[in-house]
Design a protein around this ligand. Structure first.
Ligand code: DGT
Ligand code: CA
Ligand code: CA
Length: 576
């Protein structure tokens, strides 16, 4: 789709604008990019059908952005982007993925050392040319090398939340074809792994040729790797591949089970089939030449005496054993979630990009929530207009006022007031306890000095968890998918402390996806409670909740493990 191509350009323009510290504008481009990425329909179709006016009606797209979109659709180019690129001909998107490298540093690296891409960057760092640059230093150089190494290891895998909207758009189109009886996502996307190698679709159709032709001519297809009667594979403008399989209705369940994977799970289920004298393949389950099941996944599992196993569990990590013993977890679902406690408002706004509490509340109500929590950043964090004690108390008053308005109107909705405070290097919190005690809850997190020895880091976190006002530990290990490794943690120790101090561990739905699935599973096993938050910085990001939920599901979490499935009264009781 053109959507992705234009979104990519908008994100790039935003980065170029950040170099000159232009206020507001970068955000407008990022917002437009985000909106295009999550748009279900093709922007070129919108334009063809509704012209300029229709473009301007897309949420997040104003006049200026419509100009750019129109320009791109007509000429295949956006002029200001071309100008930026001429001045700074670097692989910006690639370079800024290196932890600690922003657009401004990228510019310096290009001007002083001619660094254009990751390869150049690695070379320069290895030759210690970066240490001497103004504003860099030895630590930065070391961090850059580590960052490059990390990226190289994770190469080629896209973030689930970046790919899912695109994949859903394609799925919808496939479902819209009259030749298609059924269609589904498969592979790691259906298992909702945090990163995706390629996108897999499965379709039932009697006219596979039509479906294939349609698939390989989708907007956004850059290259066709292969196109046969039942299989096609393409490379997309977004930089990832998509596979399509067409099967017969009678084999749909078997094929879905096979192509959902994981491969290890498949091998295990096949082995069980063999032990029972059966053969399980992508076409069905067979006893001798006779097919005994195939059209649904439920029937496939049933034929080998297993209950249905949710896709998120299919990693051969004990789910087969649990299924055999009737001990599969009943996984938490998106609809169980009653509220979101990690949300940033325009009170901390520096760039004019954030939403008011009222707007966030409206969005939360639209999502069917019963409560939300406002948790702006506090004093130490300088990238935001963080709140000090006085401002927190003001905000507290403001929120109480809003709540009494809801009461008057008899709306069953509650705004909780919290904050996202910083755990300082010594483990103290950057806000006075007296003020923290007046809030409904306190989230605390590490936002600076990530590189510490494990012992030191754990002492730091321990002190914070032992603070009677700290209820929730935000993004407990500091990792960011495809971007940053976790800091040095002893997770067993963290779990023990969480139990001792009744601190809730956060599952962060943003691109952090921190906790990771295997940590969630360990927390659950230890009876440590968790909360799924979005860490939204704009109202649209409240929609990210589904990714935190699927992360929790991959960690075998049930409703009772997650405290924001509780009513507001019970939730407050479960905090310190
Ligand atoms: P990805 O794309 O790396 O994120 O991971 P998947 O799981 O989507 O892997 P992919 O796209 O290569 O294949 C989709 C599924 O098809 C995979 O999860 C299991 C099944 N599959 C593919 N190749 C094999 C195979 O050689 N043996 C078995 N048993 N299953 C396979
Ligand atoms: Ca795949
Ligand atoms: Ca594949």
């Amino acid at each position: 789709m053109k959507n992705q191509e234009i979104a990519k350009i908008f994100n790039e323009i935003a980065r170029f604008l950040q170099i000159d510290r232009v206020a507001f504008k970068p955000y407008a481009y990022e917002k437009a990019a985000f909106s295009l990425e999550s748009l279900k329909s093709d922007v070129s179709e919108i334009y063809v059908n509704g012209g300029r006016k229709a473009l301007e009606e897309i949420p997040g797209i104003g006049k200026a952005m419509s100009d750019h979109i129109e320009e791109y659709l007509k000429t295949g180019k956006v002029k200001i982007y071309e100008e930026f690129k001429k001045k700074l001909p670097v692989q910006m998107d690639e370079l800024v993925r290196v932890e600690g490298l922003g657009p401004r540093k990228v510019k310096v690296l290009y001007q002083k050392l001619g660094v254009k891409n990751l390869k150049d960057l690695e070379k320069a760092a290895k030759k210690h040319q970066i240490t001497h640059l103004f504003g860099f230093g030895e630590t930065t150089e070391k961090n850059i090398l580590q960052g490059v190494e990390f990226l190289k290891q994770n190469k080629g895998r896209s973030l689930l939340q970046d790919i899912m909207p695109v994949a859903r758009g394609v799925l919808q189109k496939l479902e819209g074809l009259k030749e298609v009886e059924k269609a589904s996502l498969a592979g790691s996307l259906r298992r909702r792994k945090e990163t995706i190698g390629d996108v897999d679709f499965l379709v039932v159709s009697k006219d596979s040729k039509k479906v294939m032709d349609f698939f390989v001519s989708l907007p956004g297809v850059k290259k066709i790797w292969g196109k046969g009667k039942t299989k096609a594979s393409v490379h997309m403008a977004g930089g990832f591949d998509m596979d399509l399989r067409v099967v017969q209705a009678k084999s749909y369940g078997a094929a879905l089970q096979y192509f959902t994977g994981s491969q290890d799970h498949n091998i295990a289920t096949r082995r069980i089939a063999i032990d029972k004298g059966l053969k399980l393949s992508e076409y069905g389950i067979f006893k001798g030449p006779k097919m005994i099941a195939g059209d649904t996944e439920e029937k496939i599992y049933k034929a080998i005496n297993l209950p249905y196993i949710e896709p998120e569990l299919r990693e051969n990590n004990g789910e087969i054993e649990a299924a055999l013993q009737g001990k599969l977890p009943i996984l938490v679902q998106l609809k169980d979630i009653k509220g979101d406690l990690h949300i940033h408002s325009n009170w901390e706004d520096k760039e004019g990009e954030k939403d008011s509490i009222e707007v966030l509340v409206k969005k939360a109500m639209d999502l069917g929530y019963e409560y939300i929590g406002i948790s702006d950043h506090t004093k130490d964090l300088k990238v935001e207009k963080s709140l000090n004690e006085k401002q927190l108390l003001e905000q507290n008053k403001y929120i109480k006022n809003l709540n009494s308005k809801f009461k008057i109107q008899n709306l069953k909705f509650r705004i909780l007031h919290g904050c996202e405070a910083n755990i300082r290097k010594d483990g103290s919190i950057d806000v006075d306890d007296e003020v923290l005690a007046q809030l409904d809850y306190v989230i605390a997190g590490v936002h600076s000095i990530h590189k510490m020895e494990k012992k030191e880091m754990m002492a730091r976190i321990e002190k914070a968890m032992k603070n009677p006002n700290v209820d929730i530990l935000a993004h407990p290990t500091g990792r960011i998918v495809n971007q940053r490794d976790e800091y040095q943690v002893n997770f067993d120790r963290m779990l023990k402390l969480a139990k001792e101090t009744s601190t809730i561990l956060e599952i962060n739905s943003s691109s952090r996806l921190d906790l990771r699935d295997f940590y969630i599973r360990r927390a659950k096993a230890e009876g440590v409670k968790m909360i799924i938050n979005t860490d939204a910085h704009q109202k649209e990001q409240l929609n990210l909740m589904e990714y935190g939920v699927s992360q929790a599901r991959r960690g075998w979490a049930e409703k009772s493990d997650i405290i924001n499935t509780l009513s507001v009264e019970d939730l407050l009781k479960s905090l310190k």
